[in-house]
Design a binder for this molecule. Structure first.
Ligand code: HEC
Length: 139
């Protein structure tokens, strides 16, 4: 009896470690990658037509302006309350280092204290918002 217990006790760590591979963490499909490497090369399929900009403005006004500011200046009410550092999109330098694809990815997946819109906004609508925030520095 004692021998069986000792044996079981000795085998326990083996069993425990043998079980690990049964439930491997699939790192590739983990949804925590905020900026997928394919993002910079994503091509914007939506032209910045007046219609696209109008749809983008509407979505921006309801979902982004509370942080990024109505005019893109970055002083939205919520950003002020939460003490967030938000860039001024009226300045062309603010978004110049980001491709449309990277901006798309940030809007979809979020960044830092900004939550993503994926699931709430359709892809076409996100591209409209990309077009719209690009247009803020052109006025
Ligand atoms: C809760 C406030 C909040 C909301 C709402 C929000 N953002 Fe942001 N956003 C931020 C903050 C803070 C950053 C900087 C994140 C960082 O760099 O850690 C940011 C970053 C970004 C960036 C990356 C470039 C940069 O300025 O650093 C883009 C583009 C952007 N936001 C667009 C949007 C759009 C479009 C929406 C609406 C769909 C939106 N954001 C909604 C707070 C917000």
């Amino acid at each position: 009896m004692n021998r069986i217990l000792t044996c079981a006790f000795l085998l326990l760590p083996l069993c425990a470690s043998a079980q690990e591979p049964i439930n491997p963490v699939d790192k590739k499909s983990a949804p925590d990658s905020k900026a997928p490497s394919a993002a910079p090369k994503l091509v914007n399929p939506v032209k910045p037509t007046p219609n696209s900009l109008a749809i983008g403005k509407k979505a921006y006004t309801s979902d982004c302006a509370m942080c990024h500011g109505k005019d893109g200046a970055g002083a939205g009410e919520l950003a002020v309350t939460m003490n967030l550092k938000v860039r001024d999109y009226r300045d062309p330098a603010s978004l110049k280092d980001l491709t449309d694809g990277e901006i798309y990815s940030i809007i979809a997946n979020g960044k830092g204290q900004m939550t993503g819109e994926a699931g709430r906004m359709k892809a076409g609508q996100i591209w409209d918002v990309v077009n719209y925030i690009r247009s803020l520095s052109k006025k």
